[in-house]
Design a protein around this ligand. Structure first.
Ligand code: SF4
Ligand code: SF4
Length: 56
């Protein structure tokens, strides 16, 4: 299972800077997680100010 970013994302970019796998990139209107690269560490969820990354 990988984390996914919900539509609550405000595209602040904080999670991308914290991801040790480099799995997060800016998408269309929100940031997105590459499920194949995500290691389920939870750093993005801990960093996000709006709680957008959630375990799928
Ligand atoms: Fe990156 Fe960890 Fe979030 Fe997966 S759970 S996207 S590895 S910060
Ligand atoms: Fe979106 Fe949260 Fe990542 Fe900011 S930290 S880009 S609001 S998912």
């Amino acid at each position: 299972m990988a984390y996914q970013i919900s539509d609550d994302c405000i595209s602040c970019g904080a999670c991308a800077a914290e991801c040790p796998a480099g799995a997060i990139s800016e998408g269309d209107g929100k940031y997105v997680i590459d499920a194949d690269a995500c290691m389920d560490c939870g750093a993005c969820a801990s960093t996000c100010p709006v709680g957008a990354p959630q375990e799928a």
